[in-house]
Design a protein around this ligand. Structure first.
Ligand code: ATP
Length: 807
């Protein structure tokens, strides 16, 4: 069906409805003017007609528009009818109300006055709009003034209170009734008096009602206080009772989280069982650890206490049983002796009775840790070692009574011709720990003579600084001269010719700095054709100073025919101590490295030149000497630093004192300042001639100078006896240098103090320094450092890489 036909039908439907309503109108009674009463009966017939006309016109418009509004029109018609009828009723009512005879009827008014404006029924759209507006108005939040809100809240509260009061009254009423009933029942049951409980309840009831009165007074009872005008609260009354009647309230034990699981109502003092039971009075103290104790029982105690049973048993024994008992007793005694003997401390045992356990205890006692296979046992005493008697004689002459921890472990390994990486704190005798096996090694080699001295030295010691090399030379000479060996140092700052002259008679041991040695090798002043023992002292420093290439050059100049195999054989002492071939006395090359700090950069060197090295660590790697008290002061201001330095130098510290700075010019400036204060200061840095450097050091050692102001040139290995104070006027740029600097004091078991001025420019080392101070028993971390952000995480790079002695 087409839309047009549909619309037509709908409009026809609408027409049928209208004709039906007209026929209904025809049946209605007519008014005075002959017009028919309609739903708008208050109006004249013209109104009605008009209405009808307008409706018709609307219908015809609907028809024209062809809109599908049949349903809405039906509802509109019915609604309009209802509106007409309501308005009609009102109109009918109004003339009746004003039926004043004087005024005339509404009809009359209509006739006389101007006709009222025609009332047009409200359209459906408007009506819907109106309804929506009303609805929106209702939904819209209404603003209330403060007073209105207060008023509302008051009303609400009043209502609540009323309800509450009502329920309370009701409850009270019910309770009173219940009590009265109960009292009557009890009275009936017990004629002789009131139940005390009811009395008490009455009292409490009265108390309660007294409180309910709101003034804290009791209705009856405390008449005294009321009469005296003093009002006492409950707490006060309790206190008065406590004071005058001696009533003590037991404090309730409050159970805490960590308390035992079971909490009893009684106190420990109330427990009487203790006195009655001997088990509790003589408690057995269980000792589960320690010698002489078996499963927590002291055997000796048990023996003395059990005499009663012993006597009893003895009286019952036969002779044979007694003999057997004695036999068993002897056996037990022997066993006990054996246990006690085996449990002796290692120092009470001869060497051949030392067990693995003893060696473990021994190593723990000296903080010795080793890595690598087939490590020999450490040395307990010099005379127990396999060191040649003549070398031991020299050791005794030098005055070393007992070996230091690093010497205890490194010397026996060195004597096995094993490669070693030795890490031990500053001033712990590392020099002797590589010198002694070296001397023993050379001792087994043919003496140097006119023929073989041209092939160069047997042993080579490399050191990062001239001063350290010279110091090692002096230490080596102590041992070498009595043994008839020659030592020569080859360091920068001296004429090469002079050094060539020193080498004219040959030297079993050469101590050198890498730069100058390379020069000598380049110039053919020296060859290393028979060098089979190499020591790199402070190897990390050499790499740090940029000597790695020189070191590689030197080590590559060594003969390769006696290189150790990179197999397990390198750990086999019996093979490594043997000559390589029977025809010659050639030995395997032995390479060792020693330092107090071993950063990972050294690994590269170790991997290239060391074969299956044994790693010996004393204490913790990179740790300062345990006898050094480390103090850190946060000072950034230069003037304050100077004042503090002078203050320290004038305090209880006795010379020699070493002050470390980071720049050459600071050395001279500080030395001047110290000299002007009456102390004798000398300087040591890379800008000075070698003679001046050696003079400065010797003056400090001899006591001609009180204070040495130095750069890191003096930071490593320099051994000046009895340095009481080291001041880091400028903090070292990395923790390794700091460790070596402060290691100039507290050497060889003596105590010393290291004071460091830390500034905000040193944030790179805050973390490492904090860790180091925390590990030391003699150091406290200042709060500024502990809480500083930079000390929380490891930041910055390691030390500065520098070329040859540029300090
Ligand atoms: N067994 C020993 N008994 C007594 N003193 C010793 C012993 N061994 C070494 N010394 C002394 O200890 C001091 C420090 O020794 P050494 O210079 O070898 O220490 P170091 O560990 O090399 O120190 P650094 O790491 O600073 O170079 C020296 O004066 C040395 O004479």
């Amino acid at each position: 069906m087409s839309g047009r036909q549909n619309d037509y039908r709908r409009s026809a439907g609408g027409y049928r409805d209208r004709s039906r309503s007209r026929s209904l109108d025809r049946n209605r009674p007519r008014d005075r003017d002959g017009d028919r009463y309609s739903s708008n009966s208050g109006r004249n017939g013209r109104d009605y007609r008009d209405n009808r006309d307008s409706r018709d016109s609307r219908d015809s418009r609907d028809y024209r528009d062809g809109r599908d509004n049949r349903d809405s029109r039906d509802s509109r018609d019915s609604f309009r009818d209802s509106r007409y009828s309501r308005e009609d009723r009102e109109k009918e009512r109004s003339p009746a109300k004003s039926s004043d005879p004087g005024k005339g009827s509404a009809m009359d008014v209509d006739k006389t006055s101007t006709p009222p404006p025609r009332k047009v029924p409200i359209s459906l759209d408007e009506l819907i709009k109106q309804k929506q507006q009303e609805k929106q108005a209702l939904e819209r939040p209404k603003f209330l003034t403060k007073e209105e809100r207060a008023q509302l809240a008051l009303e609400r509260r009043t209502k609540e209170v009323e309800v509450q009061k009502k329920t309370q009254d009701l409850e009270r009423q019910q309770r009173l009734e219940f009590d009265a009933k109960a009292r009557a029942e009890v009275h009936d049951n017990n004629r002789y008096g009131y139940d005390s409980r009811i009395n008490a309840r009455d009292r409490s009831e009265r108390d309660r009602s007294g409180k309910a009165n709101g003034d804290g007074r009791k209705e009856s009872g405390d008449t005294d206080s009321v009469s005296s005008g003093i009002v006492l609260g409950d707490k006060e009354i309790d206190l008065v009772k406590k004071r005058y009647m001696g009533i003590e309230e037991k404090e309730r034990k409050i159970r805490k989280r960590n308390d035992k699981k079971f909490v009893f109502d009684w106190n420990a003092d109330d427990d009487t069982s203790r006195d009655l039971n001997p088990l509790y009075t003589h408690r057995h103290d269980a000792q589960l650890f320690g010698r002489g104790h078996f499963a927590g029982i002291e055997l000796k105690d048990v023996k003395t206490k059990d005499q009663f049973y012993d006597k009893l048993m003895a009286s019952r024994r036969t002779d044979a049983e007694t003999a057997r008992k004695d036999e068993l007793g002897d056996l037990a005694l022997q066993r006990e002796r054996k246990i006690n003997y085996a449990d002796r401390h290692w120092s009470d045992k001869p060497l051949d009775q030392m067990k693995d356990r003893d060696w473990r205890i021994f190593k723990e006692d000296f903080n010795i840790a080793c890595k690598g296979g087939s490590i020999p046992n450490p040395i307990r005493r010099w005379n127990e070692s396999i060191i040649d008697a003549r070398v031991l004689e020299v050791v005794d002459k030098v005055g070393y009574k007992d070996p230091t921890p690093i010497q205890r472990q490194a010397i026996p390994i060195g004597l096995q011709n094993r490669d070693i990486i030795g890490i031990a704190e500053t001033g712990s005798g590392k020099t002797a720990s590589f010198l002694i096996p070296m001397l023993q090694f050379i001792y087994d080699l043919p003496k140097l003579n006119e023929q073989n001295m041209v092939h160069g030295p047997y042993a080579l010691i490399l050191a990062p600084t001239r001063e350290l090399a010279q110091q090692i030379e002096q230490e080596a000479l102590k041992f070498a001269v009595p043994l008839g060996f020659n030592c020569v140092s080859i360091v920068g700052g001296h004429a090469v010719e002079e050094q060539a002259f020193n080498l004219r008679n040959g030297a079993e041991i050469i101590i050198a700095t890498p730069g100058r040695l390379k020069d000598c090798l380049d110039r053919r002043i020296l060859v290393l054709n028979q060098c089979t023992y190499v020591v790199m002292d402070e190897a990390d420093r050499m790499i740090d100073m940029g000597f790695e290439a020189d070191v590689n050059f030197i080590l590559d100049a060594l003969p390769v025919s006696n290189l150790k195999p990179d197999t397990d054989e390198a750990e086999d002492a019996s093979k490594m101590t043997m000559a390589i071939d029977n025809d010659s006395n050639k030995k395997y090359r032995q390479t060792t490295m020693f330092s107090a700090t071993m950063p990972s950069a050294v690994e590269r060197l170790a991997k290239r030149y060391l074969r299956r090295p044994a790693v010996v660590t004393i204490g913790t790697a990179g740790q300062a000497g345990e006898t050094v008290e480390q103090r850190v002061e946060m000072i950034t201001d230069e003037n304050k630093k100077k004042n503090r330095l002078l203050e320290l130098l004038k305090s209880q510290f006795t010379p020699p004192i070493i002050v470390f700075v980071n720049q050459k010019k600071s050395c001279d400036m500080l030395a001047k300042m110290i000299n002007s204060c009456g102390l004798r200061a000398t300087t040591l840095h890379g800008g000075k001639s070698q003679e001046q450097r050696e003079l400065a050091l010797s003056q400090l050692k001899s006591g001609k100078s009180d204070v040495l102001v130095a750069t890191d040139v003096a930071g490593r290995g320099i051994d000046v006896q009895n340095v009481s104070l080291v001041v880091n006027y400028d903090m070292a740029k990395n923790i390794e240098d700091y460790t070596h600097r402060i290691g100039r004091t507290g050497r060889a078991g003596r105590s010393g103090v290291a004071v460091t001025f830390l500034s905000s420019y040193d944030a790179e080392v805050y973390y490492d320094l904090k860790q180091m101070l925390q590990k030391s028993a003699l150091a406290t971390v200042p709060a500024e450092l502990r809480n500083h952000e930079a000390s929380m995480t490891k930041g910055g790079v390691g030390g500065r890489r520098r070329g040859n002695d540029e300090f």
